[in-house]
Write a protein that binds this ligand. Structure first.
Ligand code: F6R
Length: 606
């Protein structure tokens, strides 16, 4: 999704802006641009496509200036071309914008009536003209406050002014924005990652705030234009995670990292000596929680669905799950004894944040399960459970999914034990089995060549289906999502038992169908459903767990056997071959694996 960078320095900034934009590439975007200020001019360059195009199309050495803003754009209003790329400028003001201005049409008509000319199809351009208009009669802070008050929707903004060549204005509502501090220069960035190569000293703007960034000073204002003091945070430096190392893609690296990330997650939460799960500083009494609602989007929603099965089994609580974009607009009944859990890798997903905001406004108990602990969702939740996966750069979520379900599983186990729903020895046995999980994931990762060969058939097919029951059903949905987002192959995830209620009609000769049937309590039922699709011509890839030589069924096209473990943990192992299947399909098709078309890593607009 869109990304912003701004630098105010005592030396030329264009090279560092380009470097920082490259750090933002993982978010997914379709055009890029930069504006710098020098010799009383705004110098603007913009290109469709990658940041590389900016470097190839323009001589950036000539883009002079010690102050500038840059942007990668993920199109919302207007097609992705160089005209609609940011920055957008008037003769005096240049703006980069993340988010959506919902009342842009009304504002544009009003501005056109006042004589303003618009060049692009974007909503952003109204911001440029509004500020230009207000600066005719107001000083800077007042012009900014007036402009922001007129905007409906969400935004993070970086703004430079020809007449004020020593400052950048940043502003935030809904979309995240951070300020960074360096030697003789200061920065603006849509996330700390963009700034990390330059500084680890960061201040996050809160909703409604704006700031003035100069090379030696940063001033913050609240939504009424009053100055506010803000804390500077020091972020840990984990630059190595931002490097692909020997891997061809971040996604490949992130898949292979999973034994380590799961081991770290277990270490962070499990006290091995006392065989106990530690959820330190949990702020509520267990007896005060009678229901749990888990909310997320995409893969994070699949984690919520996975967790529903575990929580119901282990805690005997009332468990609801919701897709954030649905939850936020429905009439919800808020109950005092409910806990709301928000699951998000980035911690910045606009819909998930909006759902959290609604719960906070209704004084609910809110808990974030996030990877980015400095994120908006983490900061605005009552309690945070980090998943400790390290930065996830590939747009398709892999290690964060396993990290999310790990933390949710441990939370379910802990709450179940505190509610006396699990016997002590069973609880400790489950903890022991959990500790063996990284080793089992490592073994499952070895199925590489088999999956590479299997992926050819998926690439030749018109479409595919992923079936599972019980604990395997959320994994079927996740497997289908991975395949469609990476290899652009139509893939449907379904509960295996639902096939004869409609989707069976889709099955035709040679259609690849993944059946997830580990040897858990659903095994026999799923195998029957598998036979129904085989009888109608499907080519079945059966993913099951190891057994002692038993023949499962005839006419199965391919079988992959993951390691055996307790039923609760099988979903972790089933996920691995599906991640690899999606990866290899996309690899063979030559697609951009880390940045699939039309998608973004951090979905900061609704
Ligand atoms: C799919 C994927 C997305 C994200 C979704 C939520 O591979 O990555 O579906 O899971 O956009 O993102 P977060 O977890 O950052 O809230």
């Amino acid at each position: 999704m869109c990304g912003i960078i701004g630098i105010s320095s005592n030396k030329p900034v264009s090279a560092n802006i380009i470097n920082s934009l490259k750090k933002l590439e993982y978010r997914g975007y379709d055009s890029a641009g930069i504006a710098t200020l020098s010799d009383g001019e705004i110098n603007e360059v913009k290109s469709e496509g990658r940041v590389d195009n900016l470097e190839n199309n323009f001589d950036l050495k000539n883009l002079r200036g010690n102050i500038g803003i840059g942007h990668v754009r993920w199109a919302t209003h207007g097609v992705p071309n160089s005209l609609n790329a940011h920055p957008h400028s008037s003769s005096n003001v240049s703006v980069v914008h993340n988010g959506i201005i919902e009342n842009s049409t009304i504002l544009k008509n009003h501005l056109i009536n006042k004589g303003h000319n618009f060049k692009s199809q974007t909503d952003t351009e109204v911001i440029v003209h509004l500020i230009t208009e207000h600066l005719k009669t107001s000083k800077l802070e007042e012009a900014i406050t007036k402009t922001l008050n007129q905007l409906h929707g969400s935004f993070a903004l970086g703004i430079v002014f020809k007449d004020m060549p020593d400052l950048i204005v940043g502003a935030r509502r809904g979309s995240p924005l951070a300020v960074g501090y360096g030697p003789n220069e200061n920065y603006l960035g849509s996330d700390s990652y963009a700034l990390k190569s330059m500084t680890n000293k960061i201040t996050y703007l809160d909703d409604g705030e704006f700031c003035i960034v100069k090379k030696d000073q940063v001033i913050f204002f609240n939504e009424n234009g009053k100055k506010v003091n803000k804390k500077i945070l020091e972020l840990s430096s984990d630059e190595a995670s931002y490097d692909k190392g020997d891997f061809k893609h971040f996604m490949a690296k992130e898949i292979e990292e999973q034994p380590t990330t799961i081991k770290t997650g277990i270490k962070e939460y499990i006290d091995s000596v006392n065989k106990e799960i530690n959820i330190f500083n949990f702020p509520w009494k267990i007896k005060d929680i009678n229901s749990i609602t888990l909310i997320g989007c995409g893969t994070a929603y699949h984690s919520c669905l996975m967790a529903k099965y575990w929580f119901e089994e282990l805690t005997n609580l009332d468990i609801n799950i919701d897709i954030a974009s649905e939850f936020r607009y429905r009439k919800n009944r808020f109950k005092k004894d409910s806990l709301y859990v928000f699951v998000s890798q980035s911690g910045e997903t606009a819909d998930t944040y909006a759902a959290l905001d609604i719960c906070n406004k209704n004084s609910m108990k809110t808990c974030a399960v996030v990877n980015v602990i400095e994120s908006s969702i983490a900061r605005d939740s009552n309690f945070v459970l980090p998943i400790h996966c390290g930065p996830e750069i590939g747009v398709a979520s892999t290690k964060a999914f396993l990290g999310q379900i790990l933390v949710l599983y441990m939370l379910a186990l802990k709450i179940g034990s505190l509610r006396n729903e699990i016997e002590k020895n069973k609880y400790q046995e489950k903890i022991k089995e959990l500790k063996a999980l990284p080793g089992l994931i490592e073994k499952t990762l070895l199925y590489d060549n088999d999956i590479q060969a299997i992926s050819n058939t998926f690439n030749e097919a018109k479409g595919s289906m992923f079936l599972g029951r019980g604990y395997s059903y959320p994994i079927a949905l996740e497997g289908a999502l991975k395949l469609k987002e990476l290899s652009y192959i139509h893939a449907e995830g379904y509960p295996a038992g639902e096939m004869k209620h409609g989707p069976l009609a889709l099955i035709e000769e040679g259609m690849p169908v993944v059946v997830l049937a580990p040897r858990d309590k659903y095994y026999k039922k799923t195998i029957s459903n598998m036979q129904e699709v085989i009888a109608r011509g499907a080519k079945v890839l059966l993913i099951t767990s190891k057994s002692k030589g038993e023949v499962i069924s005839e006419n199965i096209w391919e079988t992959i056997e993951v390691e055996n473990t307790n039923d609760d943990l099988l979903p972790f192992l089933l996920t691995i071959p599906l991640q690899k299947l999606a990866y290899y399909s996309a690899l063979k098709k030559g697609y951009d694996i880390d940045k699939p078309r039309n998608l973004a890593k951090s979905v900061t607009v609704e």
